[in-house]
Structure formats: C-alpha cells, structure tokens
Design a binder for this molecule. Structure first.
Ligand SMILES: [Zn+2]
Length: 440
C-alpha cells in the first residue's frame, strides 16, 4: 500500500456545502482519499508528503466530451476555400483528418493531449474517437495512452455510415465487452455514434440492439447544427431526439452532445428519459452553430455537463466560456454564473457517477484520489460563498502545480513525473507534418 499526504493548503472540498479548509490537507492510501481537513502530521506516516503552502487543493477536473484524435489539427489549414458552414467544416477538415490517421497517430495524438490534461488538472476524460483507416483496435491504442498517462477515461468509437455502412459497430461492441470483462474502473466504455445525419436506420437499429444488450449507454452528437435536424427530417421523417428515442437509445446512461437546435418536445424527451446532455460552448462558438439553451434543460431537471469537444483541455476556461456565451446570447447580465460552475463541478461529477463505479470530483473520505494543487493565492477573501468567483476569475488563469490521479503523482511543481516529454513533443510535430501531407 502506498500513501501520500498533501498538506498545508487551502482545501476546496467541493462537498455539498463547498467547504473551504484553511491550512488543511488530504491524506491518500492507494487509489482512495482517507482523510480531508486539518490533519495533524503525526497521525499518518505517509510515504510521500507534498507541501501545498500558499496554494489551493481541489478535486481533479472532469471533461465530459473530448476528441483526443483532433490534436494534430492545431495550426493546420485545410486546402481550398474556407468552410462556409458546419457541413463544410466536417467535410473539409474533420473527415479528412480522421481518415488520414494511422495507428501510431492515434496513440501519440491521444498521449500528447492527455499530458496536457495532466497539466490542466483534468483527471477524467470522456472521449469520442474516430479513425476510419485504422478503426479496429483503435480504442485499445487510446486505452494504452490513458494508462501510460495515468488518467481515467471513458472511451467510444463514433459509428457512422459515411465511409462504410455501420463502420465502427464491432469496435464498440468488442471494446465494451472487453471493459465489462476486465471490470476495471480506470477505463470504461460507451457505445459511440457520430450523429443522426450520418447514420441510416439499419445501422442505428444495430447500434441500439448491441448497446442496450451490453447496457453501455450511448454517446452521440445531437442537433449540433441545423443541418442535423434538416437531414433527419428529410430522410427519416422525424426530429433528431424523436428518432433517437424511437430507436431506444435515450436513457439515464446516454449522453447527447450539444443539443443546440431542439424543440420543446425534444427537450421534454430528454427530461422524461433522464438522459444526459453535454454543452461545449467554445466549440459551438467556433463552428458558429448557435447558443444551446442549456439553462432551460437544467431548469427542467436534465443533467447537463460540460466538455470541450476537442477544442482544448482547460475545463475552468470552458465553464467561463459557458457563462459568457449564455449572458451574451440572453442579453442578461444576471444569468448563468453559478449554473456554469455547476455544470463543471457538480454535473460532470454526476455524469461520472452514471458511467464509473468510483466516486470522484469531491475531496471526501472514500472518493477516488484525484486531487490537484493550483498555484493560486487569492488577494481577496475566499470562502464557500464566493468560491465560484475565484474559480472563474482566479483559478481560471492560475497554473496547476500538482496533479494526482488514482493516488499517483503525475505532476509535481509543474513537472511531469513521466520522462520523455520533449521527445514525445518532437515526435508529434514530425507525425503531424506527415499527416498533413496525406490530407488532400
Ligand atoms: Zn464532439
């Protein structure tokens, strides 16, 4: 058994009362938190002690929707005219990039961005993967990247009919079955689908049958842009959520990403089936698809979490973008501040409770030992009543000093424990350059 004491910090427990403990710490044994608060040093003889004086100790952050495979798009300009709408963004960039990925690209692009997650204090990532030219076995490559980085992940492969009918169905089935047999909570799986507009009825029915048999829950983009509704209504005579519900993929274990263009009946379907929604504000702004009405969903009782959709790994920045976008869209400076923080800190935790076994996102005895130390000394009072203000206007810009996941120290004093970062970055630059040459 290994043990770790992080001491002397300002502990933001993120428990129900948002308790802050001055001069406190967290004591960890193996993968779990044993004690939180003012812990006399002589009480435990820890193998390792980290001094967090002048810093904030808080739970590791959670990203509820990421695309690790998008890493090598940074700085890449797709050939031809700039994409004029969402459909062209998919066709000109993402569907060319994902087709060009080979197996090594899949592993290295995942590992690189996971190390960025460590640096950003994000310890659990729900990923959505596509690599049509090396589809079978790709989820194992990503699993290896997660284990090498030391982070928690929920993986899936995005099924669509855009390259071959039902492409990716078997990859999901195989990987979900493997995870169920392994019974290991570090890596779990969902059944991934791209979006209604790229999936025919035959494929959707197959996915529903397999995913429901394996009780995995589904992870799918829904009504991200108007085009998803237009294609679905034209080809399948239904709205996106109606179609998904009729196919049997709504429910408490399913994640519907974006949900920008829903009508009231579709919002009712999400609530009535206790389905989950993940909002990605920076991505929605980048693709100019509109501002999701997630506040309405939240008020009606739908569990809405927060992701980055491959745009970034900085989760507090994503919460800040959620609140800024919503205020801008509603033209009301009174809305969305606390709710945006709730998406990140409370709702992403609640999403994880539905797809992982171990509790996380809170500093409490028995919770998973996913803990970060942020180099942030507030210059105004900080307490449970104003923690969210410090989150969005202080912790947002403060460097993460230490990241611990499952009790393992992955970064200390801003330095990754894993050797070879420079070589990895150089290798990725080389791979990305080769990848770009393959994209036409
Ligand atoms: Zn996405």
């Amino acid at each position: 058994m290994s043990s770790l004491l992080i001491k002397n910090g300002r502990v933001a427990t993120l428990n129900e009362r948002l308790d802050i403990v001055e001069g406190g710490g967290v004591y960890i044994e193996d993968t779990k938190i044993v004690e939180v608060g003012r812990i006399p040093e002589h009480r435990h003889k820890a193998d390792r002690v980290i001094d967090a004086a002048g810093k904030v100790i808080m739970p590791g952050l959670i990203n509820a929707h990421h695309h690790l495979y998008s890493t090598f798009a940074r700085g890449f300009a797709p050939p031809g005219e700039p994409a004029a709408d969402f459909e062209e963004i998919l066709e000109h960039l993402w569907w060319k990039l994902d087709r060009a990925l080979d197996a090594e690209d899949v592993y290295y692009s995942a590992l690189l961005v996971l190390l960025d997650c460590v640096k950003a204090g994000c310890t659990t990532i729900i990923d959505h993967h596509a690599s049509p030219s090396c589809r079978d076995g790709s989820l194992e490559l990503i699993e290896k990247a997660f284990r090498d980085a030391g982070l928690n992940g929920c993986l899936c492969y995005e099924v669509s009919d855009r390259n071959v009918e039902g492409g990716g169905v078997e990859e999901n089935e195989r990987f979900i079955t493997r995870c169920l047999q392994a019974g290991d909570d570090q890596i779990t799986a969902m059944f991934g689908l791209h979006a209604s507009m790229t999936i025919g009825n035959k494929t959707l029915d197959r996915c529903a049958e397999i995913g429901n048999r394996l009780r995995s829950g589904f992870h799918v983009h829904a009504a991200e842009d108007r085009i998803d509704q237009q294609v679905t209504q034209k080809e399948f005579r239904a709205r996106v959520l109606e179609r998904f519900h009729a196919a049997g993929i709504t429910g408490p274990k399913s994640i519907f990403v974006h949900c920008v263009h829903l009508d009231p009946a579709e919002r009712d379907l999400l609530r009535g089936t206790n389905s989950m929604v993940v909002h990605n504000p920076e991505s929605n702004m980048n693709n100019a698809v509109g501002a999701a009405r997630w506040m309405d969903l939240l008020k009606s009782g739908v569990l809405v979490g927060l992701g980055t959709d491959g745009m970034a790994s900085a989760m507090i920045a994503s919460a800040r973008a959620a609140y800024l976008l919503q205020r801008h869209a509603q033209e009301d400076p009174r809305v969305a501040f606390g709710e945006s923080c709730d998406l990140l800190l409370k709702n992403n935790r609640a999403i994880c409770e539905r797809i992982f076994r171990d509790k996380r996102g809170v500093l409490a005895p028995g919770a998973l030992a996913d803990v970060i130390v942020v180099d942030y000394t507030p210059f105004t009072p900080m307490n449970s009543g104003n923690f969210y203000g410090h989150l969005l206007y202080g912790l947002n810009d403060a460097p993460v000093d230490t990241t611990v996941c499952r009790g393992r120290v992955l970064m200390e004093q801003g330095k990754l424990a894993r050797p070879g970062e420079e070589e990895l970055r150089a290798k990725c630059v080389e791979r990305a350059a080769k990848l770009w040459k393959r994209i036409r």
